[in-house]
Design a protein around this ligand. Structure first.
Ligand code: PLP
Length: 392
Protein backbone atom coordinates (compact mmCIF):
# COMPACT_ATOMS: atom_id res chain seq x y z
CA UNK A 1 0.00 0.00 0.00
CA UNK A 2 1.13 3.56 -0.71
CA UNK A 3 0.87 5.56 2.52
CA UNK A 4 2.79 8.61 1.33
CA UNK A 5 0.41 10.70 -0.76
CA UNK A 6 -3.36 11.05 -1.03
CA UNK A 7 -5.45 10.29 -4.13
CA UNK A 8 -6.49 13.12 -6.48
CA UNK A 9 -9.33 14.13 -4.13
CA UNK A 10 -6.99 14.33 -1.15
CA UNK A 11 -7.93 11.02 0.51
CA UNK A 12 -5.61 8.79 2.51
CA UNK A 13 -7.83 5.71 2.64
CA UNK A 14 -11.10 7.01 4.09
CA UNK A 15 -9.52 10.15 5.60
CA UNK A 16 -8.92 13.57 4.06
CA UNK A 17 -10.83 15.41 1.31
CA UNK A 18 -11.86 19.04 1.27
CA UNK A 19 -14.96 19.94 3.30
CA UNK A 20 -15.17 23.68 2.91
CA UNK A 21 -17.76 26.44 2.78
CA UNK A 22 -18.57 27.65 -0.73
CA UNK A 23 -16.82 30.99 -0.11
CA UNK A 24 -13.49 29.19 0.27
CA UNK A 25 -13.86 27.11 -2.84
CA UNK A 26 -11.99 29.45 -5.27
CA UNK A 27 -8.95 29.66 -2.94
CA UNK A 28 -8.76 25.96 -2.27
CA UNK A 29 -9.36 25.05 -5.90
CA UNK A 30 -6.62 27.47 -7.02
CA UNK A 31 -4.22 25.70 -4.67
CA UNK A 32 -5.35 22.20 -5.67
CA UNK A 33 -4.79 22.99 -9.33
CA UNK A 34 -1.40 24.66 -8.98
CA UNK A 35 0.50 23.44 -5.92
CA UNK A 36 2.30 20.44 -7.42
CA UNK A 37 3.30 22.18 -10.63
CA UNK A 38 4.69 25.19 -8.73
CA UNK A 39 6.53 23.40 -5.94
CA UNK A 40 8.06 20.83 -8.29
CA UNK A 41 9.26 23.48 -10.79
CA UNK A 42 12.98 24.05 -11.14
CA UNK A 43 12.80 27.75 -10.27
CA UNK A 44 10.87 27.09 -7.06
CA UNK A 45 13.14 24.26 -5.97
CA UNK A 46 16.26 26.35 -6.59
CA UNK A 47 15.02 29.19 -4.40
CA UNK A 48 13.59 26.89 -1.70
CA UNK A 49 16.61 24.57 -1.46
CA UNK A 50 18.97 27.55 -1.32
CA UNK A 51 16.98 29.04 1.58
CA UNK A 52 16.83 25.69 3.42
CA UNK A 53 20.60 25.41 3.21
CA UNK A 54 21.83 28.95 3.69
CA UNK A 55 19.04 30.57 5.72
CA UNK A 56 17.54 27.73 7.78
CA UNK A 57 20.85 25.92 8.28
CA UNK A 58 19.94 22.51 6.82
CA UNK A 59 20.88 19.71 6.82
CA UNK A 60 20.19 19.45 10.57
CA UNK A 61 22.45 16.94 12.35
CA UNK A 62 21.45 13.35 13.07
CA UNK A 63 23.04 13.09 16.49
CA UNK A 64 23.95 9.76 18.12
CA UNK A 65 22.90 10.30 21.74
CA UNK A 66 25.47 8.18 23.58
CA UNK A 67 24.33 8.82 27.15
CA UNK A 68 20.65 8.32 26.39
CA UNK A 69 21.54 5.16 24.42
CA UNK A 70 23.45 3.75 27.41
CA UNK A 71 20.53 4.40 29.73
CA UNK A 72 17.97 2.70 27.46
CA UNK A 73 20.36 -0.02 26.21
CA UNK A 74 19.72 0.66 22.55
CA UNK A 75 21.06 2.98 19.83
CA UNK A 76 19.31 6.34 19.86
CA UNK A 77 19.73 9.00 17.18
CA UNK A 78 18.16 12.45 17.52
CA UNK A 79 17.13 14.35 14.37
CA UNK A 80 17.98 17.87 15.46
CA UNK A 81 15.12 19.97 14.05
CA UNK A 82 15.63 22.15 17.15
CA UNK A 83 18.75 23.52 15.46
CA UNK A 84 16.83 25.03 12.54
CA UNK A 85 16.64 28.83 12.30
CA UNK A 86 13.73 29.89 14.58
CA UNK A 87 14.05 26.71 16.64
CA UNK A 88 11.74 24.07 15.18
CA UNK A 89 10.71 22.15 12.08
CA UNK A 90 7.93 24.65 11.34
CA UNK A 91 10.22 26.85 9.21
CA UNK A 92 10.53 24.09 6.53
CA UNK A 93 6.83 24.47 5.76
CA UNK A 94 6.39 28.20 6.41
CA UNK A 95 9.12 29.18 3.95
CA UNK A 96 7.78 26.81 1.31
CA UNK A 97 4.22 28.08 1.62
CA UNK A 98 5.18 31.77 1.63
CA UNK A 99 7.25 31.20 -1.52
CA UNK A 100 4.23 29.45 -3.06
CA UNK A 101 1.92 32.31 -2.02
CA UNK A 102 4.18 34.83 -3.75
CA UNK A 103 4.03 32.81 -6.95
CA UNK A 104 0.24 32.82 -6.69
CA UNK A 105 0.34 36.64 -6.51
CA UNK A 106 -0.78 36.90 -2.85
CA UNK A 107 0.30 39.89 -0.74
CA UNK A 108 -1.19 39.04 2.65
CA UNK A 109 -0.36 36.01 4.78
CA UNK A 110 -2.40 34.64 7.66
CA UNK A 111 -1.46 31.79 9.98
CA UNK A 112 -2.62 30.11 13.18
CA UNK A 113 -0.25 29.08 15.91
CA UNK A 114 -0.33 27.06 19.13
CA UNK A 115 3.15 26.91 20.59
CA UNK A 116 4.05 30.02 18.63
CA UNK A 117 6.71 28.19 16.61
CA UNK A 118 4.64 28.17 13.43
CA UNK A 119 3.71 31.82 14.01
CA UNK A 120 7.37 32.76 14.45
CA UNK A 121 8.36 30.74 11.37
CA UNK A 122 5.65 32.39 9.24
CA UNK A 123 6.46 35.89 10.54
CA UNK A 124 10.12 35.18 9.73
CA UNK A 125 9.35 34.06 6.17
CA UNK A 126 7.14 37.13 5.67
CA UNK A 127 9.85 39.50 6.95
CA UNK A 128 12.35 37.88 4.61
CA UNK A 129 10.07 37.86 1.57
CA UNK A 130 8.28 41.16 2.20
CA UNK A 131 4.67 40.13 2.87
CA UNK A 132 2.14 41.32 5.44
CA UNK A 133 1.64 38.75 8.24
CA UNK A 134 -1.29 38.21 10.60
CA UNK A 135 -1.16 35.42 13.20
CA UNK A 136 -4.16 34.04 15.08
CA UNK A 137 -3.32 32.59 18.51
CA UNK A 138 -5.48 31.35 21.39
CA UNK A 139 -5.55 33.63 24.45
CA UNK A 140 -4.26 30.83 26.70
CA UNK A 141 -1.36 30.12 24.31
CA UNK A 142 -0.48 33.83 24.18
CA UNK A 143 0.06 33.60 27.96
CA UNK A 144 1.97 30.30 28.07
CA UNK A 145 4.22 30.93 25.06
CA UNK A 146 5.10 34.57 25.77
CA UNK A 147 8.66 34.49 24.35
CA UNK A 148 7.31 33.51 20.92
CA UNK A 149 4.66 36.25 21.05
CA UNK A 150 7.44 38.80 21.60
CA UNK A 151 9.44 37.36 18.68
CA UNK A 152 6.46 37.54 16.31
CA UNK A 153 5.85 41.18 17.28
CA UNK A 154 9.47 42.10 16.65
CA UNK A 155 9.29 40.35 13.28
CA UNK A 156 6.43 42.68 12.34
CA UNK A 157 3.46 40.29 12.58
CA UNK A 158 0.09 41.37 13.94
CA UNK A 159 -1.21 38.91 16.54
CA UNK A 160 -4.95 38.49 16.92
CA UNK A 161 -6.11 36.58 20.04
CA UNK A 162 -8.66 33.77 19.62
CA UNK A 163 -11.06 34.10 22.55
CA UNK A 164 -13.61 31.33 21.87
CA UNK A 165 -13.73 27.70 23.10
CA UNK A 166 -10.65 26.54 24.97
CA UNK A 167 -8.77 29.62 23.64
CA UNK A 168 -6.08 27.36 22.14
CA UNK A 169 -4.97 26.04 18.75
CA UNK A 170 -8.33 24.76 17.45
CA UNK A 171 -9.90 28.16 18.09
CA UNK A 172 -7.02 29.94 16.34
CA UNK A 173 -7.59 27.74 13.25
CA UNK A 174 -11.30 28.66 13.29
CA UNK A 175 -10.45 32.38 13.34
CA UNK A 176 -7.88 32.03 10.55
CA UNK A 177 -10.36 30.15 8.34
CA UNK A 178 -12.92 32.92 8.97
CA UNK A 179 -10.37 35.54 7.90
CA UNK A 180 -9.57 33.59 4.73
CA UNK A 181 -13.28 33.44 3.78
CA UNK A 182 -13.43 37.24 4.12
CA UNK A 183 -10.20 37.91 2.17
CA UNK A 184 -10.15 35.31 -0.60
CA UNK A 185 -8.26 37.22 -3.30
CA UNK A 186 -5.25 38.82 -1.57
CA UNK A 187 -4.59 36.25 1.12
CA UNK A 188 -2.90 32.88 1.49
CA UNK A 189 -3.49 30.85 4.66
CA UNK A 190 -0.22 29.21 5.71
CA UNK A 191 -1.56 26.21 7.65
CA UNK A 192 1.05 24.98 10.13
CA UNK A 193 0.38 21.26 10.17
CA UNK A 194 -0.81 18.36 8.01
CA UNK A 195 -4.43 19.31 8.63
CA UNK A 196 -7.03 21.33 6.75
CA UNK A 197 -8.69 20.72 3.39
CA UNK A 198 -6.86 19.04 0.50
CA UNK A 199 -4.20 19.97 -0.65
CA UNK A 200 -2.82 21.25 2.70
CA UNK A 201 -2.02 17.88 4.31
CA UNK A 202 -0.06 16.79 1.22
CA UNK A 203 1.53 20.22 0.70
CA UNK A 204 2.79 20.43 4.29
CA UNK A 205 3.95 16.78 4.32
CA UNK A 206 5.98 17.40 1.16
CA UNK A 207 7.68 20.47 2.65
CA UNK A 208 8.46 18.56 5.86
CA UNK A 209 9.63 15.43 4.03
CA UNK A 210 13.14 16.90 3.95
CA UNK A 211 13.43 15.53 7.51
CA UNK A 212 13.25 11.85 6.50
CA UNK A 213 15.19 12.47 3.28
CA UNK A 214 18.11 13.72 5.36
CA UNK A 215 17.73 10.96 7.97
CA UNK A 216 18.11 8.36 5.22
CA UNK A 217 21.27 9.95 3.87
CA UNK A 218 22.76 10.47 7.33
CA UNK A 219 21.91 6.99 8.65
CA UNK A 220 23.49 5.39 5.60
CA UNK A 221 26.75 7.19 6.34
CA UNK A 222 26.62 6.55 10.09
CA UNK A 223 25.35 2.96 10.19
CA UNK A 224 25.63 1.58 6.65
CA UNK A 225 21.84 1.20 6.43
CA UNK A 226 19.55 4.02 5.33
CA UNK A 227 16.56 2.61 7.24
CA UNK A 228 16.27 2.68 11.05
CA UNK A 229 14.49 -0.03 13.02
CA UNK A 230 12.23 2.60 14.59
CA UNK A 231 11.28 6.17 13.75
CA UNK A 232 9.51 8.09 16.53
CA UNK A 233 7.85 11.53 16.51
CA UNK A 234 5.24 13.50 18.45
CA UNK A 235 1.91 14.30 16.79
CA UNK A 236 -0.14 17.45 17.25
CA UNK A 237 -1.66 17.90 13.83
CA UNK A 238 1.25 15.77 12.71
CA UNK A 239 3.65 17.78 10.53
CA UNK A 240 7.00 16.91 12.10
CA UNK A 241 5.83 13.29 12.28
CA UNK A 242 4.68 13.29 8.64
CA UNK A 243 8.07 14.71 7.64
CA UNK A 244 9.98 12.19 9.74
CA UNK A 245 7.88 9.23 8.53
CA UNK A 246 7.45 10.27 4.87
CA UNK A 247 10.30 8.36 3.21
CA UNK A 248 9.85 5.39 5.55
CA UNK A 249 6.10 4.71 5.42
CA UNK A 250 6.44 2.46 2.38
CA UNK A 251 9.52 0.67 3.78
CA UNK A 252 8.03 -2.34 5.56
CA UNK A 253 10.98 -3.03 7.85
CA UNK A 254 10.83 0.41 9.49
CA UNK A 255 8.57 0.48 12.56
CA UNK A 256 6.75 3.75 13.02
CA UNK A 257 5.78 5.20 16.41
CA UNK A 258 3.70 8.32 17.05
CA UNK A 259 3.36 10.02 20.46
CA UNK A 260 0.19 11.91 21.28
CA UNK A 261 -0.54 14.21 24.20
CA UNK A 262 -2.27 12.29 26.99
CA UNK A 263 -2.63 15.42 29.15
CA UNK A 264 -3.78 14.34 32.64
CA UNK A 265 -4.46 10.83 31.26
CA UNK A 266 -6.75 9.36 28.62
CA UNK A 267 -9.50 8.66 31.16
CA UNK A 268 -9.27 12.09 32.80
CA UNK A 269 -11.40 14.02 30.33
CA UNK A 270 -8.44 16.39 29.95
CA UNK A 271 -6.25 15.12 27.15
CA UNK A 272 -5.51 15.45 23.43
CA UNK A 273 -5.09 11.75 22.64
CA UNK A 274 -7.08 11.74 19.42
CA UNK A 275 -6.40 8.21 18.19
CA UNK A 276 -7.46 6.77 21.57
CA UNK A 277 -10.54 8.96 22.00
CA UNK A 278 -11.45 10.19 18.53
CA UNK A 279 -14.12 9.06 16.08
CA UNK A 280 -14.65 9.74 12.39
CA UNK A 281 -15.61 13.35 11.84
CA UNK A 282 -14.84 16.55 9.98
CA UNK A 283 -12.63 19.19 11.56
CA UNK A 284 -11.12 22.24 9.85
CA UNK A 285 -11.96 21.04 6.35
CA UNK A 286 -10.93 17.39 6.36
CA UNK A 287 -12.38 14.05 7.40
CA UNK A 288 -10.30 12.44 10.10
CA UNK A 289 -10.36 11.25 13.68
CA UNK A 290 -11.76 13.94 15.95
CA UNK A 291 -12.41 14.13 19.69
CA UNK A 292 -16.12 14.83 19.71
CA UNK A 293 -19.35 14.12 21.57
CA UNK A 294 -21.94 11.72 20.18
CA UNK A 295 -23.75 14.62 18.52
CA UNK A 296 -20.56 15.92 16.88
CA UNK A 297 -19.54 18.75 19.24
CA UNK A 298 -15.74 19.03 19.46
CA UNK A 299 -14.43 18.15 22.92
CA UNK A 300 -12.05 20.78 24.29
CA UNK A 301 -8.56 19.23 24.41
CA UNK A 302 -5.87 19.62 27.05
CA UNK A 303 -2.10 19.26 26.92
CA UNK A 304 0.71 20.93 28.83
CA UNK A 305 2.28 21.55 25.42
CA UNK A 306 0.49 24.17 23.33
CA UNK A 307 1.62 22.55 20.06
CA UNK A 308 -0.10 19.22 20.84
CA UNK A 309 -3.24 20.75 22.37
CA UNK A 310 -5.47 19.88 19.41
CA UNK A 311 -8.60 17.65 19.25
CA UNK A 312 -7.82 16.22 15.80
CA UNK A 313 -5.04 14.59 13.83
CA UNK A 314 -4.05 14.89 10.17
CA UNK A 315 -5.62 12.38 7.73
CA UNK A 316 -2.15 10.98 6.87
CA UNK A 317 -1.81 9.80 10.49
CA UNK A 318 -5.43 8.68 10.89
CA UNK A 319 -4.76 6.37 7.95
CA UNK A 320 -1.51 5.02 9.45
CA UNK A 321 -3.43 4.37 12.68
CA UNK A 322 -6.40 2.68 11.03
CA UNK A 323 -4.14 0.43 8.91
CA UNK A 324 -1.97 -0.32 11.97
CA UNK A 325 1.05 0.91 10.01
CA UNK A 326 2.04 3.06 13.01
CA UNK A 327 1.86 2.36 16.73
CA UNK A 328 0.44 5.21 18.81
CA UNK A 329 1.35 6.03 22.41
CA UNK A 330 -0.38 8.47 24.71
CA UNK A 331 2.10 10.44 26.83
CA UNK A 332 0.86 12.32 29.91
CA UNK A 333 2.00 15.83 30.85
CA UNK A 334 4.07 14.54 33.75
CA UNK A 335 5.82 11.89 31.63
CA UNK A 336 6.74 14.50 29.01
CA UNK A 337 8.17 16.80 31.68
CA UNK A 338 10.32 14.01 33.13
CA UNK A 339 11.65 13.11 29.66
CA UNK A 340 12.55 16.76 29.00
CA UNK A 341 14.48 16.91 32.29
CA UNK A 342 16.19 13.61 31.50
CA UNK A 343 17.38 14.69 28.04
CA UNK A 344 18.65 17.96 29.46
CA UNK A 345 20.60 16.18 32.20
CA UNK A 346 22.01 13.35 30.07
CA UNK A 347 22.72 15.14 26.78
CA UNK A 348 22.70 18.87 27.55
CA UNK A 349 19.78 19.47 25.18
CA UNK A 350 16.62 21.26 26.37
CA UNK A 351 13.81 20.01 24.11
CA UNK A 352 10.47 21.64 23.34
CA UNK A 353 7.65 20.21 25.46
CA UNK A 354 6.10 18.80 22.28
CA UNK A 355 9.30 16.91 21.37
CA UNK A 356 9.54 15.61 24.95
CA UNK A 357 6.42 13.51 24.24
CA UNK A 358 8.36 11.62 21.56
CA UNK A 359 11.27 11.06 23.97
CA UNK A 360 8.90 9.62 26.59
CA UNK A 361 8.24 6.62 24.32
CA UNK A 362 11.64 5.34 25.48
CA UNK A 363 10.04 4.52 28.85
CA UNK A 364 7.04 2.78 27.29
CA UNK A 365 8.60 0.45 24.76
CA UNK A 366 11.35 -2.17 24.93
CA UNK A 367 14.06 -1.84 22.29
CA UNK A 368 16.84 -4.31 21.46
CA UNK A 369 20.50 -3.56 22.00
CA UNK A 370 21.19 -3.36 18.26
CA UNK A 371 18.10 -1.42 17.22
CA UNK A 372 18.68 1.92 15.54
CA UNK A 373 16.02 4.18 17.03
CA UNK A 374 15.58 7.62 15.46
CA UNK A 375 13.62 10.26 17.39
CA UNK A 376 12.56 13.52 15.79
CA UNK A 377 13.52 16.34 18.15
CA UNK A 378 11.07 18.75 16.60
CA UNK A 379 12.04 21.89 18.52
CA UNK A 380 14.02 23.53 21.27
CA UNK A 381 12.74 24.32 24.74
CA UNK A 382 13.44 28.06 25.05
CA UNK A 383 9.75 28.87 24.70
CA UNK A 384 8.88 26.44 27.53
CA UNK A 385 11.31 27.66 30.18
CA UNK A 386 8.58 29.15 32.36
CA UNK A 387 6.71 25.82 32.46
CA UNK A 388 9.92 23.84 33.10
CA UNK A 389 10.99 26.13 35.95
CA UNK A 390 7.59 25.67 37.63
CA UNK A 391 8.17 21.88 37.70
CA UNK A 392 11.91 21.73 38.35
C1 PLP B 1 8.41 22.07 18.57
C2 PLP B 1 7.09 21.56 18.11
N1 PLP B 1 6.94 20.24 17.90
C3 PLP B 1 5.76 19.72 17.49
C4 PLP B 1 4.65 20.53 17.28
C5 PLP B 1 3.37 19.89 16.86
O1 PLP B 1 3.00 20.16 15.56
P1 PLP B 1 3.08 19.04 14.43
O2 PLP B 1 2.33 17.86 14.97
O3 PLP B 1 2.41 19.65 13.27
O4 PLP B 1 4.51 18.74 14.19
C6 PLP B 1 4.76 21.91 17.48
C7 PLP B 1 3.62 22.79 17.25
O5 PLP B 1 3.62 23.95 17.48
C8 PLP B 1 6.01 22.44 17.89
O6 PLP B 1 6.19 23.76 18.10
Amino acid sequence: MNYKNPDEYGYYGEFGGAFIPEMLYPNVEELQKNYLEIIESEGFQQEYQDLLKNYVGRATPLYYAKNLSEKYKTKIYLKREDLNHTGAHKINNALGQVLLAKRLGKTRIIAETGAGQHGVATATACALLGLECIVYMGEIDIQRQAPNVARMKMLGARIIPATSGSKTLKDAVNEALRDWINNPVTTHYVIGSVVGPHPFPDLVARFQSVISKEIKEQLLIQTGNENPDYIIACVGGGSNAAGAFYHFVNEKEVKIIAAEAGGFGIESGKSAATTFLGTLGVLHGSKSLVMQTEDGQVIEPHSISAGLDYPGIGPFHAHLFKEKRAEFFSINDEEALQSAFELTKLEGIIPALESAHALAVLDKKEFNENDNVVICLSGRGDKDMETYLKHL
